[in-house]
Design a binder for this molecule. Sequence first.
Ligand code: SF4
Length: 269
Amino acid sequence: MPSKMKSIKKPADAARASRSLSRKHPAPASGRGRDAGPAGAGGEAPALRRKAKPKADYTSPERLQKIFSALDELFPQAQCALRHENAFQLLVATILSAQCTDERVNKVTPGLFQKYPTAQDFAALSQPVLEEEIRSTGFFRNKAKNIIGMAKKVVADFGGQVPHTMEEMLTLPGVARKTANVVLGTAYGIPTGVVVDTHVFRIARRLKLSKQKTPEKVEQDLLKLVPQERWISFGHQMIWFGRKVCQARKPVCADCPLESVCDSRDKTV
Ligand code: SF4
C-alpha cells in the first residue's frame, strides 16, 4: 500500500487520538465546552467567545468615494493612450491592442493610417498585405481578418462611419463590449459602460468591487457601483492606476493612496 494511504487515520483511530488528546489536555474544571451557557452564581467565568470580525462593506458609498477621489487626484486628465484622429482609427488601434501594449500599437498605427486613412481603404486591403503591416502586434492573422471584416461592414452598413450605439458596435467583427466601450466613450463621449481590460479586471477584484471571474460580469458589477457620469473616466483612470501603481506583479502598495482601504492578498505592505 502506498505510504500516503497508510497515514490516513480511520475513524476508530481518530476517536482514539481524540480521547488521548483529552487526557493530555483536560477540559476546564467546570466541564463547560465553548458553547456552554453562562456559569451559575459563584461558578467559574464562562469561556471567552472569539469575537466575529465585522464584515467589511467594500461597496459602501464612503469607500467608493474614497476610491473615486484617489483616482481623481492621481489621474485628473486620464485619457486613452492609443494614438488616433477619429473613431475609425481608434477602433482599428483598439483591435490591434489585444494582447499587445499600447506603445507597440502606437509604433505601428501612424504609418498604417497614413497609407490607409479611411474605412474604405481598409475594406479594400488584402489579408496578406494587412498581416504584414501589423505583424509586430501579435495575433496578426486574426487581427487582420477582423479589421478587414469590420471595415467592410462599417462601409456596407454604416456609410463608412463607426456607429454610435453598443448594439450596432457589437455587430462588427472583432468588436466585443470592451472595444465598443473604448470607442464609444473616447471617440464619441457616449457612456455605454465601463472599459474592463486586464488592469480594470485585476484592480476591481483586488479592491473587492467585484468577485466575478469574467470581464463582462465584472463590468456589470462596476456599472452598479460607479455613477454613469464617471463610466468613461473611471475606465481610463483604472487603466493608468494599473500601469503606474497597482501593477500585476509588484503593486506599489507603499505609495498607494488606497492602501488603507485595500484588503487584497496581493498587497506588498
Ligand atoms: S494597496 Fe496595493 S494591491 Fe491594494 S489597490 Fe493599492 S497598489 Fe493595489
